[in-house]
Design a protein around this ligand. Structure first.
Ligand code: HAM
Length: 429
């Protein structure tokens, strides 16, 4: 505490000190590089949105986790908990002027009032990649390939037999087809998905209870739960038949994934449902293959009806959100966060304040040449300067003693070889 103010960051939120910021920037730049490699364009919107955008009838957990309030103009607003509704809203506004299919990505900060636990915060950054206007599983496969490319870019293995990640994939149409045969559809289907997504946490019995409370017959509820234990295409076909649309779509996805060399990363796993009610087709989650990290690293899916729900034209959309929290934990644990330094080329050390003017003039000229220059005005002892220069991986240390300045020279120390050479100041720049 400082005075009466609590100096801790708000519960579940993070401060990014310079060391943390370097890691964050490295992660963001890797995300941007991978997105660019797949031809995606970056977009953004404001962190503050209308609350309406997140209110859904199906009972999505995300709605109960909103950071929402009334602003001074009596508008109900919320800090965005995810990017997808903003993306749909932006598309809706520009309607016909955006040529489809579009490939967009963004790196939004999102807020959810969640119970803070390992891998979950109340604020996180999320790499989003979405393809708009492509009604084919080729889009899903491309998005999964981009996730795999990111994993390779940060040094994780995607090799067959030793991959560090697994992509669990399902398709909501499998259950939808079954429920439609019982006349359970639309909002009711979405609500069922939100309920069965809780199964991992609450178990089969409690899930059955929630389904029956919602009005699903006990027998149907049990059938739905049995479907969730299906694994692999073979078993899926045997269980739901080859004419089930969800099965067909997954089979096609696997064929394409084979050619994109990511099929070995994919497990067909019907227990993946996803907690957001807007998904209509493929849903997937990416996990740490060792199982040490139980939370999903990322999650996504197809949501072909969201635009219509917001009052727009039917538009196929598919994408994923990939948070910064879990992946950073995994990379730290595996020692894969690179040594990131401040990126300073030259450090200038005037030994007395009388040398500041010359130091500034050298710095200005070196900066003009595109070098990063730090002038150390502390006049502290040489051993401290050397220590700082070593820590920050500085290339050259330019030492300015008064006597040297009088003679128009500086002692230039190559920090790698530790060689020190008296150099004419005019030659330095
Ligand atoms: P989501 O599964 O709610 O999906 O979140 C996606 C990812 O964001 C998670 O897998 C996790 O990495 C990260 N994440 C979510 N909540 C937290 C949290 N409280 N703390 C840390 N990380 C978190 C969506 O948000 C969808 N909008 C994704 C999407 C994009 N679907 C289609 N396009």
């Amino acid at each position: 505490m400082a005075g009466n103010i609590d100096t801790k960051a708000v519960k579940g939120t993070r401060d990014f000190y310079p060391d943390d910021m370097r890691v964050r920037n490295w992660l963001f730049s890797t995300w941007r590089t991978v997105a660019a490699r797949f031809g995606f364009e970056e977009y953004d919107s404001c962190i503050l949105e209308s609350e309406d955008l997140y209110i859904r009838k199906a009972g999505d957990e995300i709605t109960s986790q909103l950071y929402n309030f009334t602003d001074k103009g009596s508008r109900r607003v919320a800090l965005r908990p995810e990017m997808t509704p903003s993306l749909a809203r932006m598309f809706l506004n520009r309607g016909n002027t955006i040529s489809l299919p579009a490939r967009w990505f963004s790196l939004p900060q999102c807020f959810r009032y969640e119970r803070a636990q390992k891998g979950r915060k109340r604020e996180h950054f999320q790499w989003n990649m979405d393809i708009i206007g492509l009604d084919h599983v080729a889009a899903e496969v491309e998005l999964m390939a981009a996730q795999a490319a990111f994993m390779e870019a940060v040094g994780l293995s995607t090799e067959k037999g030793q991959a560090d990640i697994a992509i669990k994939v399902s398709n909501r149409q499998v259950i939808q087809t079954y429920l439609e045969s019982l006349d359970i559809r639309d909002e009711d289907f979405a609500a069922v998905c939100v309920i069965i997504d809780k199964r991992d946490k609450i178990g089969d019995d409690a899930t059955t209870d929630l389904l029956t409370e919602y009005g699903i017959a006990q027998e149907t509820a049990q059938k739905i739960i049995a479907l969730l234990s299906v694994r692999g295409l073979e078993q899926l076909r045997e269980t739901v038949g080859a004419d089930n649309l969800g099965y067909q779509s997954l089979a096609e996805l696997m064929e394409l994934a084979e050619q994109s060399q990511i099929a070995h990363l994919i497990d067909i796993d019907l227990s993946v449902v996803r907690g957001l009610s807007y998904y209509t087709g493929t849903v997937w989650e990416l996990f740490d293959a060792s199982g040490a990290m139980p939370r999903a690293v990322s999650g996504g899916g197809r949501y072909d009806k969201l635009m219509e729900h917001l009052g727009g034209k039917p538009t196929p959309m598919v994408g994923f959100g990939f948070g910064d929290v879990v992946i950073t934990l995994i990379l730290e644990e595996k020692g894969l966060i690179p040594q990131l330094n401040r990126g300073i080329d030259d450090m200038i050390y005037p030994m007395q304040s009388s040398g500041f003017a010359v130091a500034n003039s050298i710095a200005a000229r070196l900066r003009g040449q595109g070098r990063s220059v730090l002038v150390d005005y502390s006049c502290r002892r040489f051993k401290h300067i050397i220590k700082a220069a070593e820590k920050d991986k500085i290339e050259r240390l330019i030492i300015l003693g008064d006597k040297e300045i009088e003679n128009g020279v500086a002692n230039v120390r190559n920090m790698e070889t530790r060689e020190e050479v008296a150099t004419a100041i005019e030659e330095l720049v």
